[in-house]
Write a protein that binds this ligand. Sequence first.
Ligand SMILES: Cc1cc2nc3c(=O)[nH]c(=O)nc-3n(C[C@H](O)[C@H](O)[C@H](O)COP(=O)(O)O)c2cc1C
Length: 222
Amino acid sequence: MNMTEVMKARHSVRQYIDKPLSKDVISALQKEIDACNKESGLNIQLVINEPKAFDGFMAHYGKFSGVTNYIAMIGEKNASLDEKCGYYGERLVLLAQQLGLNTCWVAMTYSKIKTAFEVRRGEKLCVVIALGYGKTQGVMHKSKKVEDVVKAEGALPEWFKKGVEAALLAPTAMNQQKFLFSLKDNRVSVKAGHGFYTKMDLGIVKYHFEIGAGNNGWKWNQ
Ligand SMILES: Cc1cc2nc3c(=O)[nH]c(=O)nc-3n(C[C@H](O)[C@H](O)[C@H](O)COP(=O)(O)O)c2cc1C
């Protein structure tokens, strides 16, 4: 599967079967988490065989079942933390998809089990990513169109359109897709709209855009 196919195949899955992650899968995830932590300075942690976070009222209300593994997105509190968690978390989500797993970003509908991970002084747990073998593969979300999320004049270059199409495949909190891309002289800007978790969504969407647009001589404007 190429990365576009991986992005298309990924959907949020909230119900999982009772099948443990193999040693190989765990080590592949851990290797990528280590790489993300090194690159970003985040303190992302893999939590395995921990059923309590998704066993409370909120999780059942949120229709989660069988979740015993998740990634805790933790980092130093600062203005860029949410966006960083989005960007590196989505890198891990797409790796998990390639490894045959299913995932769901979860900001609200879980309980924080403090003994399951370590939050150092000055750090914060932003969000978790549930993962495991889904009962189903999920379904494609309803999506805005390219023209709804782009502010541009004239024809769009193919690489830019592909980037925005990839961004529209990305998960966003409550499927809000509140972002706006623009292009000037091969410089791409993307701004988050107002709402919950839109900065985290921005990081996720930027990761997708980079994959979709490929290396075609463009740069981020910020
Ligand atoms: C930052 C973020 C937070 C989310 N929080 C929750 C949550 O608390 N509970 C939940 O059930 N889904 C949550 N989701 C999943 C979204 O509802 C889902 O990604 C969106 O509806 C799009 O569907 P898709 O992921 O299948 O493409 C979250 C997604 C993101 C990106």
